[in-house]
Ligand binder design. Structure first.
Ligand code: FES
Ligand SMILES: [Fe+2]
Length: 428
């Protein structure tokens, strides 16, 4: 592969120095050309991407807007109950068609020249298609059927909607793999009830969040509150991956302690300055109702490229990464429970949502850590981060230690594949 230089003098293609992705060049977080390619290959290619829940559009005509990468999309329910998703961009001159975050309508009308689209995305009407008084208008052979909104493939996975730009991509089930798909199916155990939304704006490259949500190692270290009160360093836990290592499930089992660890000593290091958290007034916030009966206290399932399905005790949520340029992204949180939740459980889920989220006890620290990395690496394009925790070389599909960064390497291996940037002999 020949090496080119970007106008900014950054090296290209990506200079992987290890075939196992245990070094990640900082340039990948700061290269504008790579970012443009990511929008096409990572967010516009064969990866299945989470759109939202069917429960968000329960009635005929209900629609919601979202983003896949930076591409605006709209999804809706038609009059027969079918669900469709489109690129939210007018076939005429490219305006966003639906500007509202959600609503109910019989059609979608673009504000610019009022082209009108049906709930299946087809172009229904063009003002002055035949001109005015016999003059102007579109050519006689213009076919409305050739100019609908761009349709996306869609799959409904137990109420979670996933979209795909690539008609040739493998089905969602294959994409998820048995282990991760099975976990997701168990997580979405009933009819979904939406509890609310949160948004968090972070000034850093989106991939730093993809790393963060796969990184089990930082949990009880960066998050002092978590380390002291939610899941201690010595709690049993681990990591599961799909065979291609693109998705990650990190979990902990609070009822069990990992064996042969001097827990008093480990905790000594971790809890010395969390007096405030120890004096938390509403300890009920931490109560865990073992609704799944599996002893798992917290589980963070990250799907490539940009969604997390979270189960922190009884707080369930999706977090979607919405890149906003090279240097920023928004995390879009959807808090959910189930239609048959008791009122008490619904309220408990919302109370417990305060652990995460932009104003919570934990996730604001992730945003801070990401900004620290983003800013400190801007001028370090020839240097790389180090990912050796949990071992180097081939990536296993299951480990029972939480002190690892294995699925972060997994993320990079699939990223490199999609971007056409795998090093010679790179692992998968
Ligand atoms: S850009 Fe949408 S109608 Fe012209
Ligand atoms: Fe974190």
């Amino acid at each position: 592969m020949s090496e080119r230089q970007s106008p900014e003098g950054l090296p290209r293609p990506i200079k992987w120095t290890r075939q196992d992705y245990s070094r990640v060049p900082f340039a990948v977080f700061h290269d504008p050309e790579l970012y443009q390619r990511e929008m096409q290959r990572v967010f516009g290619g064969p990866a299945w991407q989470f759109l939202g829940f069917a429960a968000e559009i329960p009635k005929p005509g209900d629609f919601r807007t979202a983003f896949l990468g930076e591409t605006p999309v709209v999804y809706n329910r038609d009059m027969e109950g079918g669900i469709h998703a489109f690129v939210n961009r007018c076939a005429h001159r490219g305006s966003v068609v639906r500007r509202e975050p959600y609503g109910n309508a019989k059609d979608h009308v673009c504000i610019y020249h009022q082209w009108c689209y049906g709930l299946d995305g087809s172009l229904l009407g063009v003002p002055f298609q035949r001109g005015l008084a016999g003059q102007g208008g579109l050519p006689a052979d213009f076919k409305r059927s050739d100019h609908g909104l761009r349709r996306l493939r869609i799959e409904n996975f137990r109420g979670a909607l996933f979209a795909n730009f690539d008609d040739a991509a493998a089905p969602l089930e294959d994409y998820l793999g048995e282990e991760i798909g099975g976990w997701l199916a168990r997580l979405l155990k009933g009819e979904i009830r939406i509890l609310g939304y949160q948004r968090q704006f972070i000034r850093g490259n989106w991939k730093l969040y993809a790393e963060n949500s796969r990184d089990q190692y930082h949990g009880s270290l960066l998050h002092r509150f978590q380390g002291a009160l939610i899941t201690r360093t010595v709690t049993e836990g681990g990591l599961r991956l799909d065979p291609r290592h693109r998705h990650s499930l990190i979990y902990s089992m609070p009822g069990r302690k990992a064996l042969e660890v001097d827990s008093a000593r480990v905790q000594e290091d971790v809890v010395h300055d969390i007096d405030g958290a120890d004096r938390l007034r509403r300890m009920t916030m931490l109560r865990h109702i073992d609704e799944y009966g599996d002893g798992v206290g917290s589980a963070i399932c990250s799907l490539f490229p940009g969604v997390v399905f979270q189960r922190i005790r009884n707080s369930l949520a999706t977090r979607v990464i919405r890149p906003k340029g090279l240097d920023a992204f928004e995390l879009h949180w959807t808090l959910f429970g189930f239609a048959d939740d008791s009122e008490e459980l619904g309220a408990h889920r919302l109370l417990q949502a305060n652990i995460g989220g932009p104003a919570g006890y934990v996730s604001l620290e992730d945003g801070e850590a990401i900004e620290l990395v983003h800013n400190a690496t801007k001028q370090a394009s020839d240097e790389a981060s180090l990912l050796e925790m949990g071992g180097i070389g081939p990536i296993p599909e299951h480990v029972t230690t939480r002190m690892n960064e294995l699925s972060v390497r997994g993320f990079w291996s699939y990223y490199a594949e999609l971007m056409g940037e795998e090093p010679e002999g790179g692992i998968r």
